[in-house]
Design a protein around this ligand. Structure first.
Ligand code: FAD
Ligand code: SIN
Length: 523
């Protein structure tokens, strides 16, 4: 079956939904389809805790937020993009508030601004410790009242449609004349793969945390958009920069890992080792509030030195009434495990949290493929450099949602062009897979390969060993992919393996340790 939209958006997190809302309001006559692979509210966005960074306080300044973003990014950021995002932030946040987002107010009746690692000022707007949920629900409510948006849950994008499909032409990386005409999308209820044609496609499929065994990301974060864009020969960069959040709750065998927000350290919590020492004090003048790459590496070193399984967050000295008020979700989670945060230390370990790399976009969210835009964690926009500053991600998606929409509104000629004839997805010769166990086994192998060999501290030897495992899985998976009737499981395996491969290959090219990339061979 072929479906047509004027604008096709893949993903329903903050990036996909905010872009859809802006476009639907500006172009009410255009049909916008948002296809998303799980329920409409399942995304990384939904689990965001700390909040959104924005210069709001009169004593704060754009220059200070810019300086913090650059320092956290190890100065690998694109300075123009950093300025653009940070200066646009207040307007975008006001817009989000006008759509209904509710941020916490303090007793002076102004927004309660939190603090997180790497920030030199209090500038994080938040809704308790469930800011992402508040944003996700606000955006979904807007989507419901916009008649020109059709939201399709359980619709899994498999591949972008380019000349590779329409002309059977081989495309190449670096080629200028590749064009996107939509995507092949599986309806997960029927397992049918349909053709969705569109003059404009926007990738907003989020991150790739599931490439690792230990991650704060939900199971949808399998790097599908990065892998699809890479297969279509879009430019993908900076995949070596992987952010490990320092404080995921230590619960062996639990995946995804529950996050203990950095805002908890911003509120005054200490990190302690097995001996009860505040080990961050001698490492960085910001101690527990150094940027994430520094804190995660310090924890990794502590664990290697002591052989312990975790370090601890100490909240016992904090104002408990205020703490519970600010972090009810975290307190409740700890309580459910018998941890009373007023009396007990919280066991924590680093976990894969965010990928700085992704599909390269320009200041308007345009990728290297014509008529293909991207927004959110799937991208490499230049904002984050080698390590993202806390709470800059939700912000990035809101600002780029606005930019992408503006660019499309200003270039409506694209809607007048005829699309080429597009073949239906070819299932000829495929059969039901005999054993799903091979797919789940390979998925585990990719994830443990990455967690064991390509984590916070890397080396060429470990990277090459990982490459061997990933190549083996690539060959196995491609064989299966050509033979069997497709399922989300095999597509996701293919995608996490592609992202893992890109992380390893781009790591092997590094000549210097920067932010979320650190190799003992480069010391
Ligand atoms: P997502 O929100 O992940 O949305 C991606 C969407 O694409 C989902 O709907 C998914 O189902 C869909 N999708 C994926 N693949 C496909 C496919 N093949 N076909 C169709 N649909 C697909 N950032 C902050 O700024 N502040 C915070 O406080 C914060 N806290 C965080 C806490 C946690 C636990 C986590 C995991 C992340 C946190 N982050 C935070 C990071 C931030 O939440 C994400 O980077 C951001 O929400 C990404 O938004 P997105 O729209 O790009 O992706
Ligand atoms: C957190 O609350 O610690 C996560 C914030 C972020 O990822 O930006």
């Amino acid at each position: 079956m072929t479906n047509h939209a004027d604008i096709l958006i893949l993903g329903s997190g903050v990036a996909g939904l905010s872009t859809a809302i802006k476009l639907a309001k500006a172009l009410p006559e255009k049909k916008i389809i948002v296809a998303t692979k799980d329920t409409k509210d399942e995304s990384n966005t939904r689990y965001a805790q700390g909040g959104i960074a924005v210069v709001w306080d009169k004593l704060d300044s754009f220059e200070s937020h810019i300086a913090d973003t650059l320092r956290a990014g190890d100065y690998e950021n694109d300075k123009e993009v950093v300025r653009m995002v940070i200066e646009n932030a207040p307007e975008r946040i006001r817009e989000l508030i006008s759509w209904g987002a509710d941020f916490d107010i303090n007793d002076k009746n102004t927004y309660d601004l939190g603090k997180e690692g790497g920030h030199s000022a209090n500038r994080i707007l938040h809704h308790k410790d469930i800011t992402g949920f508040e944003i996700q629900m606000t955006l979904l409510h807007q989507i419901e009242i916009l008649p020109n948006i059709q939201l399709l849950p359980h619709h899994f994008a498999i591949d972008l449609i380019t000349e590779h499909h329409t002309e059977g032409r081989k495309t190449h990386f670096g080629e200028k004349n590749i064009t996107c005409f939509g995507a092949y999308i599986m309806d997960e209820k029927t397992q049918e793969i349909d053709t969705y044609t569109a003059p404009v496609t926007i990738l907003a499929t989020g991150g790739a945390g599931q490439t690792y065994a230990s991650t704060t990301n939900p199971i949808i974060a399998t790097g599908d958009g990065i892998a699809m864009a890479y297969r279509a020969h879009a430019k993908v960069s900076d995949m070596q920069y992987v952010q490990f959040h320092p404080t995921s709750l230590y619960e062996p065998g639990k995946s995804p890992a529950f996050l203990i927000s950095e805002a908890v350290r911003g509120f005054g919590a200490y990190l302690r080792n097995q001996e009860g020492e505040r080990f961050m004090l001698p490492i960085d003048e910001r101690a527990e509030l150094a940027s994430r790459d520094i804190v995660s590496r310090a924890i990794d070193m502590e664990l290697n030195k002591s052989g312990a399984s975790c370090v601890y967050l100490d909240c016992t000295h904090l104002d408990q009434k205020a703490f519970v008020h600010h972090f009810p979700n975290i307190v409740e989670k700890c309580r459910s495990l018998g941890i009373d945060v007023a009396k007990n230390l919280i066991p924590v370990v680093p976990a894969m949290h965010y990928i700085m790399g992704g599909v390269v976009i320009d200041k308007w969210g345009k990728t290297s493929i014509n008529n293909l835009y991207a927004n959110g964690e799937v991208t490499c926009s230049g904002l984050h450099g080698a390590n993202r500053l806390a709470s800059n991600s939700l912000l990035e998606a809101l600002v780029f949602g606005h930019k992408v929409a503006k660019h499309i509104v200003d270039h409506q000629d694209v809607f007048k062009k005829n699309l080429p004839s597009i073949p239906e997805w070819n299932t000829e010769g495929t059969t039901e897979p005999k054993e799903m166990i091979l797919i789940s086994h390979n998925r585990k192998t990719v994830k443990y390969t990455m967690s064991d060999l390509v984590a916070i501290v890397r080396s060429d030897e470990r990277l090459n060993r990982a490459l061997g495992h990933l190549r083996y899985i690539y060959v196995d998976t491609e064989k299966l992919y050509k033979k069997v009737i497709l399922s989300p499981q095999i597509i996701e395996l293919r995608n996490i393996n592609a992202c893992a491969y890109l992380i390893v290959k781009q790591s092997l090219k590094m000549k210097e340790n920067k932010g979320g990339f650190y190799s003992i061979d480069l010391l």
